[in-house]
Design a protein. Sequence first.
Length: 166
Amino acid sequence: MSTTQEIIEKLDLKPHPEGGFFRETYRSKGEIAAAGLNSNYYSSRNYSTCIYFLLTSEKFSAFHRIKQDEIWHFYDGATIELHIISESGVLDSIKIGRDIFNGQTPQVIVPGGSWFAAEVSSKDSHSLVGCTVAPGFDFSDFELADRTRLISEFPQHEDLIRKFTR
Ligand code: GUN
């Protein structure tokens, strides 16, 4: 099997602010004007974008949120555990992987506006997934969680928030 570093180089992945490595693989040419989007958006967005995202067991993906729904697709490597806190505070922890007969799921939808974080389930490994969003991704729709603020909003999830914020 290829090493994590070989995959990062082959796919030309760069560090992501949430943790892990990514490269955008698709950005639709078409755009939707702000007037055609809901009031969460203040400027136009591409119809859709897609990235490769590689997470290593050394570094988790910290709690963050975006405005649009995000679809995760499992490609390769170890299982990922994704933790989603909904806008109303309901926690859902999902194992993303190929073993559908043992509680894993290859495709997961993260609802827009929810907070989410992820970790690779095995030591010394990595997971390669794809993440697709529509409207297309824009860093102005991306927010990394502030630990204190998120704990005060969802005190019932304090331990998890402490583990997955920096
Ligand atoms: N492009 C840059 N960062 C991201 C991300 O976190 N998700 C998606 N879908 N696209 C991105």
